[in-house]
Design a protein around this ligand. Structure first.
Ligand code: AMP
Length: 126
């Protein structure tokens, strides 16, 4: 079918990967980049992205050649969290997928929140 706007427009995270806009990188290897969220929701708020483009977990999980990307993404989070001592203190990982979750960047990413006692999450407050 026709390409959608989401396909045509480079996402902000592709621009970061391409070095076209700056980011505060905190961790990187061949497969994964981690950088600080520009609007932090906790004193530590990091975004982990695979270096190959997919829109969300479902596109990532459904392409058979992406299995290693899934492994690398979660291993990166575990390695970073352990290196920072967050496995001991506690932290949260979240991925917003689609409309009801309020996904705003259509490039697969996992949020890591830490550094303080975290609030509840889930249903929108009225
Ligand atoms: P989501 O709403 O779950 O799709 O998450 C997108 C996240 O990207 C939000 O938490 C934004 O604050 C963050 N974000 C948007 N633009 C940038 C940027 N240029 N650098 C770092 N984080 C960004």
């Amino acid at each position: 079918g026709l390409p959608s706007a989401k396909d045509e427009i480079m996402t902000i995270f592709e621009s970061i990967l391409a070095g076209k806009i700056p980011a505060k990188k905190v961790w990187e290897n061949e497969y994964v980049l981690a950088f600080e969220d520009i609007h932090p929701q906790a004193s530590i708020h990091i975004l982990f992205i695979p270096k190959t483009k997919t829109e969300n977990l479902h596109e990532l999980a459904s392409s058979s050649n992406q299995d290693q990307q899934l492994v690398h993404l979660f291993r990166a989070i575990a390695d970073y969290a352990q290196a920072q001592g967050l496995d001991k203190k506690g932290y949260r990982i979240v991925s917003n997928i689609g409309a009801q979750a309020g996904q705003s960047v259509f490039y697969t990413h996992i949020h890591l929140l830490a550094g303080e006692v975290l609030g509840a999450f889930g249903r929108a407050r009225s």
